[in-house]
Structures are given as structure tokens and as C-alpha cells.
Design a protein around this ligand. Structure first.
Ligand code: A5P
Length: 228
């Protein structure tokens, strides 16, 4: 059986090469991360001894089905590395994440890890963050009206994310606002402006967090390392 699921064939195998026996691995969310988790599970069934910290309930379910023992940040901190996907990657390896709705736990697990490895297709690589037009943020339900107003005033009008016709509820019991953005000239400034809004608990901007990005480009895998 191959470790490579469909569209991300190649990068999963390269990511698996980074995992050592005994590692504690942050398990990302989304399609690329799920492909990695399933492949990692096959290695565990073949004898690899690792433990995982999932970034979402969905990933926890896949990991459990795949035979990966799970632990929490209460039990292990720091983690050896986290493997996750992304929605945009800029030339400095800054990211936009969160189109899967797991951005807050993803950022916590990434920050708790010695190394963050990102798996993407080449279509996710952009010259400037914001190129794809959406920056997700997570807000507590009570703060939703205020957050919507403040984000609109900042020039990033938000659309509440829905699931089955109702407001999506994250694993943290919060909601997601998809903010309309264009090229973000100063992501660090925007991050601070967003985080200063009471009730906004996290943004999809992952700045200076990714250490390694594996990019699937046709048949090739390009590996980028962040420069300090
Ligand atoms: C989940 O909240 C997201 O951050 C995903 O990691 C991101 O959207 C990439 O997902 P795909 O691998 O499904 O494109």
C-alpha cells in the first residue's frame, strides 16, 4: 500500500521522513493534514512509536481510527513537530490558515511545537498574503456583532461562516468570520489590529511560525526553509 493519497502524493512521503520514533507530533486539520495523519497511522500500525496531539475533533477522529495514540498539551509540551496544511503561503513562509475552521487550535498546537511543517500544492503559494481574498477569524458568540462592526470599519467586511444553514460552531464553541481582504501590505499590523477587537480570539495569520514548507508542484516536491 502506498502512503500517498491522491492530490498530495509525494509530499506526504517527504513529511513522513521527518518523523522519528518517539516523537510527539501535532496533527493538523484539512485535506493535506488528514492525508498525512492516515499515512502516519499506517506507519504506527507497522511499528512506529509516536503520539499525536490533534488540532480538531475531526482530526482526532481520523487519528484514532488510524491507530495513533493521542495525548494533550497537559501531558506533553513542547511537541517535536506539527504537520499541517495552509491556504496561502508567502515567500517568507508566512501563512493564512483557517478555511477548515480549526485555526485557533492549529495556532496553539503550532506554537507549542519546536517545528511547524506545512504541506501545500503550488496553487497555495502567493506573492503577498491576502491574494485569495479571505482571512478567517474566530470570535466568541457574544462578541459577534461588535467584531463584525469593527472588522468592517477596518476595511475587511466579514461574512459569518455557515454550516447547514446555521452559524458554524467551532470545536471551541465559537464562530468563524471570513473577512474580505486584498493584498495585505503589513500582516503583523493587521494581526494586532484584529486581536485588539474584544471577542476576537484568533486570526488565520500564522506569521513567522512555519519552519518548513513542502510544496507539491506537478510531479515535483519543493522544500522551502524559513530564513531567520
Ligand atoms: C484548517 O482550519 C485549515 O487551516 C487547513 O489547514 C487549511 O485550510 C488547508 O486545508 P486543505 O489542506 O484542505 O487545503
Amino acid at each position: 500500500m502506498t502512503d500517498d493519497p491522491g492530490p498530495i502524493a509525494g509530499i506526504v512521503t517527504r513529511a513522513l521522513e521527518l518523523i522519528k520514533d518517539g516523537d510527539v507530533v501535532g496533527l493538523g486539520s484539512g485535506r493535506a493534514a488528514t492525508g498525512f495523519v492516515k499515512a502516519l497511522g499506517r506507519r504506527v500500525q507497522a511499528g512506529l512509536r509516536i503520539r499525536g496531539v490533534p488540532t480538531s475533533e475531526a482530526t482526532a477522529a481520523v487519528a484514532t481510527q488510524s491507530g495513533i495514540p493521542l495525548v494533550t498539551l497537559d501531558e506533553v509540551l513542547p511537541l517535536d513537530l506539527t504537520v499541517d496544511g495552509a491556504d496561502e503561503v508567502d515567500p517568507q513562509l508566512n501563512l493564512i490558515k483557517g478555511l477548515g475552521g480549526a485555526l485557533v487550535r492549529e495556532k496553539i498546537v503550532a506554537a507549542a511545537s519546536r517545528r511547524l511543517v506545512i504541506l501545500v500544492g503550488a496553487e497555495k503559494c502567493v506573492s503577498v498574503l491576502g491574494a485569495r481574498g479571505i482571512l478567517p477569524v474566530e470570535v466568541v458568540p457574544f462578541g459577534l456583532p461588535l467584531c463584525r462592526q469593527r472588522l468592517t470599519e477596518l476595511g475587511c467586511p466579514p461574512t459569518p461562516r455557515l454550516a447547514n444553514g446555521r452559524l458554524l460552531v467551532t470545536d471551541n464553541g465559537n464562530h468563524i468570520l471570513d473577512c474580505k481582504v486584498s493584498a495585505i501590505s503589513d500582516p503583523a499590523k493587521l494581526e494586532q489590529e484584529f486581536l485588539s477587537i474584544p471577542g476576537l480570539v484568533g486570526t488565520g495569520l500564522f506569521l513567522q511560525m512555519a519552519d518548513t514548507v513542502l510544496i507539491k508542484n506537478g510531479e515535483n516536491v519543493e522544500i522551502k526553509q524559513r530564513k531567520e
